[in-house]
Design a protein. Structure first.
Length: 70
């Protein structure tokens, strides 16, 4: 059985340290954007507020009077 070498890392040491720092920061949320393939870095409190607004606004979801699955 042949073992292949993993691909060479294309990030600098500084870039790797920055990514690790962002990943370990619990005060931010890193998301993939819906369009454009961009990456979003957002304050966690702002993200939670936006999700609550979206969920409870009554525009996107409505409570059903019955269980449609049963």
């Amino acid at each position: 059985m042949r073992k292949e070498k993993p691909p060479k890392n294309n990030l600098t040491r500084g870039s790797l340290l920055a990514l690790k720092s962002l990943r370990n920061n619990e005060d931010i949320v890193i998301l993939k954007a819906n369009k454009g393939g961009a990456t979003i870095v957002m304050n966690k409190e702002d993200y939670v507020m936006k999700m609550r607004d979206h969920f409870y606004s009554g525009e996107s979801y409505k409570k059903l009077k019955y269980n449609p699955i049963s």
